[in-house]
Design a binder for this molecule. Structure first.
Ligand SMILES: Nc1ncnc2c1ncn2[C@@H]1O[C@H](COP(=O)(O)OP(=O)(O)O)[C@@H](O)[C@H]1O
Ligand SMILES: [Mg+2]
Length: 275
């Protein structure tokens, strides 16, 4: 329905396709080749791809598997081998895994074969997919969310996972602690993120940048230089928690008015609608 409205001249903020594209878990894979995502990040759309490639990823180290639907850490799994030193060659299907779900940091044990089969549910349907990325252990220092208004960082939220042994989740319900900062407190990250916006826009299909969206970063250490670097974990572009940032409502209203003015110049259907 939203697509039809947009096709008939109503401005979508953002366009529903942009919302879906930015918010899909594979958006970070589409940014491969840029400095803000790891090189070994993969998306699986079929069981065959998952079964063929995931054991190879696991050989490299601890991984995070993310399914496309759901949020707040549900069905986001940290996956590690119970005995990584045991295997010289390929990881066998009966290898024991320790699994931690980001929803509540609870752990489970499964053999690889059973876990792969368990993941089939995440591949079902049109938007079924699983993203596979390295586990970034500096998540314990926190996940840093930037709240974006179009191409500007408006707010920063530092989310520190609970301090319990297995905790890696930055979601509120799992016990993470949130701190709200102004962008001035994070000059390097703000500069990096705002500088990346044109590249993100291009790589994600050249849509108008969403009105309100967020990007979540986790610190990593550059192997060559030993310096800190920020890695993008996910983008959210729908149901972003604007209700908790009411102080930004003036900025958002201004942005919407500017857009309406700009749109009325190029879109004659829109002009009629605003009368
Ligand atoms: N590569 C990673 N390394 C370490 N922790 C991660 C990684 N990816 C996600 N996490 C943790 O898992 C949580 C949930 O993952 P996320 O991709 O944000 O999914 P969602 O918020 O949609 O459930 C994050 O808030 C973060 O704490
Ligand atoms: Mg998240």
């Amino acid at each position: 329905m939203l697509r039809e409205l947009v096709a008939n001249g109503i401005e979508g903020l953002p366009h529903p396709d942009a919302m879906v594209t930015y918010g899909a878990k594979n958006s970070i894979e589409r940014l491969k080749g840029t400095a803000i995502v790891p090189d070994d990040i993969y998306t699986y759309y079929s069981f065959d791809e998952l079964k063929e490639h995931f054991p190879k990823s696991l050989k490299k180290g601890v991984r995070v598997l993310k399914q496309n639907r759901g949020s707040t850490g549900e069905r986001i799994w940290r996956v590690e081998l119970k005995n990584p030193k045991k295997y010289q060659g390929a990881i066998p299907l009966d290898a024991e895994l320790k699994l931690t779900e980001a929803k509540d940091n609870h752990t489970e044990t499964k053999i690889l074969q059973d876990f792969l089969e368990f993941c089939i549910q995440y591949l079902e349907g049109n938007s079924g997919m699983i993203v596979d990325m390295p586990f970034l252990e500096r998540i314990k220092e926190g996940e840093i969310r930037i709240l974006m208004l179009r191409d500007k960082v408006m707010n920063v939220v530092h989310k520190k996972p609970a301090s319990s042994k297995d905790a890696f989740s930055a979601t509120l319900f799992s016990g993470a602690k949130y701190r709200y900062d102004t962008p001035e407190k994070w000059p390097d990250l703000v500069q990096l993120a705002e500088g990346m916006v044109p590249i993100i826009r291009e790589k994600l299909g050249n849509y108008d940048i969403p009105l309100i969206w967020t990007a979540d970063f986790i610190l990593d250490t550059d192997k060559k230089t030993g310096k800190d670097k920020y890695i993008l974990g996910e983008i959210n572009a729908s149901c972003v928690g604007f209700s908790t940032h009411l102080e930004l409502s003036d900025n958002i209203a201004d942005e919407v008015l500017d857009l309406m003015d700009a749109e009325s110049v190029v879109n004659n259907k829109w002009g009629a609608f605003t009368k």
